[in-house]
Design a protein around this ligand. Sequence first.
Ligand SMILES: Nc1ncnc2c1ncn2[C@@H]1O[C@H](COP(=O)(O)OP(=O)(O)O)[C@@H](O)[C@H]1O
Ligand SMILES: [Mg+2]
Length: 321
Amino acid sequence: MTASPILTLSDLEKTFTTGFLGALPGFRRLPWQVRGIVQTVHAVRGISLTVEPGETFGFLGPNGAGKTTTIKMLMGLIRPSKGSATLLGKPLNDRAARARIGYLPEQPYFYEHLKPMEFLDFYGGLFPMTVRERRDRARALLDRVGLSHALDRPIRKFSKGMVQRIGIAQALINAPELVVLDEPMSGLDPLGRKEIRDLIFELKHQGRTVFFSSHILQDVEQICDRVAILVRGEVKRTGPINTLLEDGDGGVEVLVAGLPAETAARLGSGVSLREGHRYVVASVEVDAFLRAALEVGGSIRSVTPQRRSLEAIFVEEAQRA
Ligand SMILES: Nc1ncnc2c1ncn2[C@@H]1O[C@H](COP(=O)(O)OP(=O)(O)O)[C@@H](O)[C@H]1O
Ligand SMILES: [Mg+2]
């Protein structure tokens, strides 16, 4: 395994110029009246982040936030307009580093007439492995992603979930240290999403680093160590998932028995009755509330910090943008 970090992005940027003129090499020297008819899209506006070995890192953001563009830059499919990145400690164009990375594109194009073994054999052939190794690994992976029953079926007859699973098998054929998955759960039903989550978990337990993008938040909360939230090409938040969810004042829920509602309301300005005996108290007032509640004869049953949902953070950031 590589010493830290396994992935770094420094001020990575991508601006697309659309239209015929935008593709001209001398575009920037054209008069502004001409340039005006060309549209520029700032898809990624200076992203900096690092991913440590062994982490499962969620790269989150609404549609159009710039996730795929960032991943394509990392995979060497498009060039950054500015900034730099390293993969396994090496610059983006390093071939040896690239051979230790697995990648599942957002919209994979597979040769659909191929059957699973032929397909994986084709991808395995891109890496230094003996034919025997390649076959053995392909067979083991197909078994792991639950496609052993479909060995005689060409990929075009696969369901969406099966395509996604063979895509993951493809991304793992070279036993990569870093696995990059672009929206691995999108378009799948709950069962399909669980299968992918389990696979990602397993990769983590094998010590591999997983960097994946998603806009489906329930899935992310369960499997990520850390996340970055991307909105309109900028990273708005980044951190361990638990810290993000506990960050900010979601308040503390206190369950107190034996306390009349009118009394409780007088125990602090940040106190509100949720239902029954449940009160939500601003974090700074919790100590005072508990003391006062005990004093007037209440009995404390539980004190629980309120976790915010990732969805709430997500919506908040998107609205602010
Ligand atoms: N080749 C391209 N040419 C012009 N604009 C593009 C191109 N690829 C992506 N974009 C634009 O860049 C923005 C980010 O897109 P994308 O990276 O696909 O977002 P995400 O993966 O987060 O949904 C969008 O506004 C998209 O329309
Ligand atoms: Mg995308």
